[in-house]
Design a binder for this molecule. Structure first.
Ligand code: KIV
Ligand code: ZN
Length: 533
């Protein structure tokens, strides 16, 4: 069904054939990042892109360059720095969009331009106001324009699953004739079912001219909770590329979760006739946790494959069975997805070597300078806390986002709370330009008071849209992670900080946002990356 040539062009491997490979197209940094609550700074995207390359994704969709200058710069930075996956950028079927992708992916070793155009009757009539013929002409012109800039072009028919099958086949036949190497069938609104999508793929193969010469791809959203099931059904019916995101993040209910797709293919390879991906599954856990930390969005305990409960066995009957034979209640091994069963908890007597080992087990390979920095902070934390857990170490390894470091720094904080009366907080901040500003505020609790005091001191106009505090680990001395989201001039900005003192964590989280705003206004390049990898 799929030509070896196309698969090779996607993987960049000219000596092997795709055979029974399913290409993993990761869109965490595009479809995932565009969902509310998941925005990332350029440095954070770069860090995530490196982790995705280590994970072994085949195609990495790094962003939508025409959407903003920030997005464009991020795609370019990833294209310049990340080796391994094919670096892809999204574009509408418009010359200016396509040219921005071409410029952004220019430094990549292997690039792809991904163009899309809606094909369903609803979109044609109400969004595009285009006839069928105009849709075909625009799609073909888009492919031709993209091919003039890049030899690897993917075409997506937005809302394909609600498009008349005959018309969809016409569009795909036309873009294949124009030179598209991958045709993507998005279930844009998460509307389809496994049986329906399998039938649609089979029908398309039989009715699209040139189907044999391209890779068919599935891109499923999770509005009805079927994105993974639908993607797997599409694979069974011939799709050899699936588009997915880490932790299933994405528009509305999200996209198909990469870790679930990959493990389903692996655990049930009997059912999928030996089809497999090239993902290094032992890196799944670390990659999922990295994304969770960067975005301050916790992973549900019961999340398949990577949730904290995924390999926990509480009930007596299950534990009894597991002791006799792990296979009684376990279909995959924790080690296969990178969950370490180590009981090791670090404390103040642990040395640099033990810390390095633990970091490596968690998927963080730090250079010597970064390790020194983490070790100093680890020692200081271990003095305050009896046991240092994995989540504490991960938070340290992640470091601070350079785009949120300075010019404001917290130099003093005092907060009080009183039962039955307002809480108060006073702060002193210093600015790199030499200013020192002191402010005080009262609030509904010490966290509210400190947020008000810092906001007043930095003099920016923003109101807190979302605020979360969660304990990173167990015990009364656990570190608290404060995560704040504000909307500033229409842009989502997030800050986070970790401390054993949650009021201090809240102050530093809001300060991160103030610093992001200063960086934006100054349009200054961000400070040097704290941890080079
Ligand atoms: O969901 C969708 O239709 C998309 C396309 C741009 C591929 O994300
Ligand atoms: Zn999508």
């Amino acid at each position: 069904m799929n030509s070896d040539h196309q698969a090779d062009s996607a993987t960049g491997n000219d000596t092997t054939t795709q055979g029974d490979r399913v290409l993993i197209f990761d869109t965490t940094l595009r479809d995932g990042e565009q969902a509310p609550g998941f925005s990332m700074s350029r440095t954070q995207k770069l860090r995530m892109a490196r982790a995705l390359a280590d994970l072994g994704v085949d195609i990495l969709e790094a962003g939508f360059p025409a959407a903003s200058e920030d997005d464009c710069a991020s795609v370019k930075a990833i294209a310049a720095a990340v080796r391994g996956p094919r670096i892809c950028g999204l574009a509408r079927c418009q010359a200016s969009d396509i040219e921005s992708v071409a410029r952004a992916i220019e430094p990549a070793q292997k690039g792809r331009i991904h163009i899309f155009l809606a094909t369903s009757p609803l979109h044609r009539e109400f969004k595009l106001q285009m006839s069928r013929q105009q849709v075909i002409d625009t799609a073909v012109a888009g492919v031709e324009r993209a091919l003039a800039c890049c030899d690897d072009v993917e075409f997506s028919a937005e809302d394909a699953l609600r498009t008349e099958p005959e018309f969809l086949a016409e569009v795909f036949s036309a873009v294949i004739a124009a030179g598209a190497g991958t045709v993507n069938v998005p279930d844009t609104v998460g509307y389809t079912t496994p049986i329906e999508i399998a039938e649609r793929f089979a029908w398309l193969y039989a009715n699209v001219r040139g189907a044999d010469s391209v890779v068919f791809s599935a891109h499923c959203h999770d509005d009805l909770g079927m994105a993974v099931a639908n993607s797997l059904a599409a694979i069974s019916a011939g799709a050899r590329q699936v588009e997915c995101t880490i932790n299933g993040i994405g528009e509305r209910a999200g996209n198909a979760a990469l870790e679930e797709l990959v493990m389903a293919l692996r655990v049930r390879s009997d059912h999928f006739g030996g089809l497999h991906s090239a993902i290094r599954t032992q890196r799944l856990h670390a990659t999922a946790r990295l994304l969770s930390q960067i975005t301050s969005q916790p992973i549900a305990r019961n999340k398949a494959v990577i949730g904290a409960n995924a390999f926990a066995h509480e009930s007596g009957i299950h534990q009894h069975g597991m002791l006799k034979h792990r296979g009684t209640y376990e279909i995959m091994r924790a080690e296969d997805v990178g969950v370490s069963r180590s009981e090791l908890v670090l404390g103040k007597h642990s040395g640099r070597h033990a810390l390095r080992e633990r970091l490596a087990a968690l998927g963080h390979e730090l250079d010597d300078a970064a390790l020194d920095d983490v070790f100093t902070r680890f020692k200081s934390l271990a003095d305050r806390k009896r046991e240092v857990f994995d989540a504490d170490i991960e938070a340290m390894a992640l470091g601070r986002d350079p785009e949120a470091v300075g010019p404001w720094h917290l130099s003093h904080l005092h907060a009080t709370s009183h039962v039955g009366a307002s809480a108060s907080a006073s702060v002193r901040l210093s600015h790199d330009d030499g200013r020192v500003v002191s402010e005080a505020a009262i609030g509904d609790g010490p966290v509210d008071a400190v947020l008000r005091a810092v906001t007043r001191a930095v003099g920016h106009d923003f109101s807190v849209d979302e605020f979360h505090i969660r304990a990173l680990s167990e015990g009364g001395d656990a570190q608290g992670q404060a995560a704040i989201r504000v909307i500033h001039e229409g842009r989502e900005l997030r800050g986070q900080s970790v401390s054993t003192d949650i009021v201090e964590a809240a102050a530093n989280a809001i300060l991160e946002i103030a610093n992001r705003i200063e960086h934006l206004h100054a349009d200054a390049p961000p400070a040097a990356t704290v941890f080079a990898r």
